[in-house]
Design a protein around this ligand. Structure first.
Ligand code: ZN
Length: 323
């Protein structure tokens, strides 16, 4: 059995990442295909199945080589019944029976979970989790996602919405509007768009000189990367913007830490590429808001797997959730 490959699929709104992964979590072969969301996403699953066949063929292997498919999907999932409750980015109807559709098209046993949960599982298995059994993963991308792992397994909650860390309220008053319908969510300030929002607000409220102000005037737009780069160079306004983001993120993860006392809280996604300039102030606020035992026993670190976390987590599902 252990010479079989596990298929990990990370289904995204614009691209789908797919990988053949060994039983030990090493990527054997990986690729990506565009996600066709036209006609309410009716081609998505068929495209994935065809692509798996095509790549098997190219590698001179047959389906007998595959143990099954584990997919991370962008929305809350009923893992037991294989249903995705909602996937607004894909155009699918509510309660799509994703697992069944995938099994019919691929002819393989399949298991599904939420994409952020898969990224968390990937980091636990082969990344910054370093084999720890209790970790919280926070993905700071276009939005903010999360996954909570206790005793080596994902926490799903009552309706698949456990780990929605991006929607922890960090600004109970005067917060920004979030896509989820609430205001003041972590995602509105700690995502790539969130940090730009904080920067635009700071630039408007002060007349302080900053490379961000001149950058904005010449280019008309600001990116999260420019803000972190400026902070790294010591630009005072940029440092204060990153400090504000770190305050909200540190507050949210300290409270998660107090609830769960994980071995590790792993920060991933595009924003986490900022590295030390972000990690250092987040650590400072985490330590000041966390219960002392939590502050001294829960470590904060940057994710290691980058874009591969989702497919490796999908492979983990095949290995651990399929008989
Ligand atoms: Zn929200």
């Amino acid at each position: 059995m252990s010479d079989k490959w596990l298929v990990g699929v990370d289904l995204g709104g614009t691209t789908t990442k797919i990988a053949f992964v060994s039983f030990y979590g090493e990527i054997v072969h990986k690729w990506e295909i565009p996600t066709d969301t036209s006609e309410n996403g009716k081609n998505i699953i068929v495209d994935i199945a065809k692509s798996i066949d095509h790549h098997l063929d190219e590698l001179g292997e047959t389906k007998a080589k595959l143990k099954g498919v584990g997919m991370g999907a962008p929305g809350p999932v009923d893992m037991d019944n294989g249903i995705i409750y909602e996937a607004v980015n894909l155009g699918w109807e509510k309660n799509t029976p994703l697992k069944d559709l995938l099994e019919v098209e691929t002819g393989l046993p399949c298991v599904i979970d939420n994409d952020a949960n898969c990224a968390a599982l990937g980091e636990m298995w082969k990344g910054a989790g370093n084999g720890a059994k209790d970790i919280v993963a926070v993905t700071l991308g276009t939005g903010v996602g999360g996954g909570v792992i206790t005793n080596g397994d994902i926490v799903h909650g009552s309706k698949g919405a456990a780990g929605e860390i991006g929607h922890i309220t960090v600004m109970p008053e005067g917060g920004f509007q979030c896509n989820c319908g609430k205001t003041g969510c972590l995602e509105t300030v700690a995502s790539a768009t969130g940090v730009v929002r904080l920067a635009l607000q700071a630039l408007e409220e002060s007349s302080e000189d900053s490379v961000l102000r001149s950058g904005l005037q010449t280019e008309g737009v600001l990116s999260a990367k420019e803000i972190f780069d400026a902070a790294r160079e010591g630009d005072t306004l940029a440092v204060s913007i990153v400090d504000k983001l770190a305050f909200y993120l540190g507050l949210a993860i300290a409270n998660l830490g107090n609830a769960l006392n994980p071995d590790r809280i792993v920060l991933g996604g595009g924003v986490s590429k900022a590295g030390e300039v972000l990690l250092s102030p987040v650590d400072k606020y985490f330590n000041s808001f966390a219960f002392p035992t939590v502050a001294s026993s829960t470590a904060i670190s940057i994710a290691k797997l980058g874009n591969d976390a989702g497919v490796i987590g999908g492979a983990w599902l095949v290995k651990n959730k399929l008989d």
